[in-house]
Ligand binder design. Structure first.
Ligand code: AMP
Length: 114
């Protein structure tokens, strides 16, 4: 699998605005925010997408969900709420082939998404 921008951020080789991290995930602000709060949560365990998660222990996905909740708490998003999105594959317009969860918050988010 080719190295992605998220590999470089996790390695500390590329600058990012990190808002939360622990042994399992790194969370940083999206460079092109789609909401007042737009953060990406990336596991330190490398995989391409949710589709590839079946090749790993389910614990990895558990750590991602836990990291999302911890990030949202750190950013005080719990009261007003937030949306979590895993773009997976072409039709979902996944552009970076390293699994990541988008946390979107800070405004009323439309549903269904366009
Ligand atoms: P996706 O379309 O789900 O693959 O989302 C990839 C996201 O990564 C996009 O929202 C980009 O704006 C974001 N992104 C790309 N490069 C960087 C970067 N260097 N730092 C932060 N976010 C980035």
């Amino acid at each position: 699998m080719e190295e992605t921008i998220f590999d470089k951020i996790i390695a500390g080789d590329t600058q990012a605005d990190i808002v939360f991290q622990n042994d399992h995930v790194v969370a940083f602000r999206d460079i092109n925010p789609q909401a007042p709060v737009h953060v990406l949560v990336v596991p330190r365990t490398r995989m391409k997408s949710i589709a590839e998660s079946t090749s790993h222990s389910p614990e990895v996905m558990g750590h991602i969900i836990h990291g999302i909740a911890e990030t949202a708490r750190t950013l005080e998003l719990e009261e007003n709420g937030y949306r979590v999105v895993f773009n997976t594959g072409r039709d979902a317009m996944q552009t970076v082939p390293y699994i990541h969860a988008h946390i979107l918050a800070g405004r009323k988010l439309g549903w269904p998404p366009g």
